[in-house]
Ligand binder design. Sequence first.
Ligand code: FEO
Length: 165
Amino acid sequence: MLNKELEKALNDQIKNELYAAYLYLSMSAYFTAENLEGFAHWMRMQREEEIAHAMKIFDFVQDRDGRIDLQALDKPQSDFESPLAVMEAALGHEQKVTQRINELYELAVKHKDYPTQTLLQWFVTEQVEEEATAKQLVDQLKLVGDNSAALLMLDRELGVRTTAE
Ligand code: FEO
């Protein structure tokens, strides 16, 4: 049986993951409006990945006989100054998610809930990858600068992403 404080925190994290999906979808729409379909595709894949993260926790709560309590999602940012500003916002968001996962882990340790700790170990590892990928794209966009040809080349590269992992 899940501890109530932990159950609430896991429900909060379902919301955070779904919000991330919503944010990436909004970012995808921005890129489509900017005619950068590769970036838009990449963001759609990212959205799928976040839905999978939310469902991982959703299923876990139910497997532990916990209660799902879905919450309202905030409106995601929809206007951005540039592709670089989008990726910086994505990186900032992932850093916040990492912090929340770490806090959740501390809570699972406090309640000596070993299955939740095991679930969260997957997320701890995943966040390292999530931050590294976002950081890499921030760095690449900094290198691109005002060079449209380089931006289009990067866009083409991102357009071939095939899995939401
Ligand atoms: Fe679910 Fe991008 O972290």
